[in-house]
Design a protein around this ligand. Structure first.
Ligand SMILES: [Zn+2]
Length: 289
């Protein structure tokens, strides 16, 4: 290869052509420097561009991060509000249990849920997730507890409606529950297992609790009688009626008219012989009036 090059400069207008002799190494150096300059310039341009891009990306991520942090805080606040609401529900249920005389539940204890913790977003999300899980458990327990209260109240309500209470008819007591002289011509004492309530013939007789008519019968001693099964071990007997208005198996409520006062059976005047039995044992009906 030649050791030197000749660069010819040919101007316009017929002027003299100029020749410049350049050595090969000078030419190589110039080319190398030019290439280095171009490379450096390209690199700097790339860096500048990259820097700008990273800057705007950083700014965008900061915005996103801020928004996410705000969302998390709001979520945490919502969780706290739910916790408060749940605590409020627990208080209300405790008051209902107290008023209804239902024993308090050992379940559904209040759940401790704190505010948004410091630290990275991932830690915060985990913490909120745990809080939500704990709330979910607490809500399930609370639901079960309220279901228990509802069932207990229904049971209490149903027991209360079934338990014999009040007078079976409008009248006055002529014979009490307990030992008494045998009235008709015989000597001795025997237990009177009910209450005699005198009233005019035809006066309505009412069931004293919800139940089912277990028996409608006529006997020498009780005359026309009705027996109602109230469940929970309670039965009531209404005897000496003139007329019976219900049939065996009929459902009755407290206050349903079941018969009319009469003088049938072993009776010395129109009255209702009213008996209350608990688990087959007669109890004093006066305690239920
Ligand atoms: Zn009697």
């Amino acid at each position: 290869m030649a050791k030197r090059f000749t660069v010819m400069i040919v101007p316009d207008g017929g002027e003299k052509i100029r020749r410049i002799h350049v050595r090969r190494w000078v030419m190589t150096c110039a080319l190398t420097v030019t290439l280095l300059c171009v490379g450096l310039l390209s690199f700097l341009t790339y860096c500048q561009f990259n820097n700008e891009f990273e800057k705007s990306e950083l700014q965008r991520l900061r915005l996103v991060n801020g928004q996410q942090r705000y969302d998390l805080q709001r979520l945490s606040l919502d969780v706290e509000l739910m916790r408060d609401e749940l605590a409020h529900l627990a208080e209300t249920e405790a008051r209902v249990r107290q008023l209804a005389d239902v024993e308090s539940s050992p379940k559904a204890l209040p759940v401790a849920v704190g505010g948004i913790p410091d630290g990275g977003t991932i830690g915060v999300v985990d913490e909120i997730q745990q809080q939500i899980n704990r709330l979910q458990v607490a809500i399930d327990l609370r639901r079960q507890s309220q279901e228990d209260v509802r069932n207990l109240l229904n049971d209490k309500n149903s027991l209360s409606r079934a338990t014999p209470m009040g007078w079976p008819t409008k009248g006055w007591i002529t014979s009490y529950f307990g030992m008494r002289q045998i009235p008709i011509g015989k000597v001795g004492r025997r237990i009177h297992e009910g209450l005699d309530i005198a009233a005019n013939t035809g006066t309505p007789v009412f069931a004293t609790g919800d139940g089912v008519v277990a028996r409608v019968e006529y006997s020498k001693s009780y005359g026309k009688a009705v027996i109602i099964d109230h469940g929970y071990g309670y039965r009531t007997l209404y005897a000496h009626n003139s007329k019976i208005l219900v049939k065996r198996g009929a459902r009755v409520k407290r206050g349903t008219k079941i018969s009319e006062v009469g003088n049938t059976g072993l009776s010395t005047g129109p009255h209702v012989h009213y008996e209350v039995q608990l688990n087959g044992v007669p109890i004093d009906p006066r305690k239920t009036l």
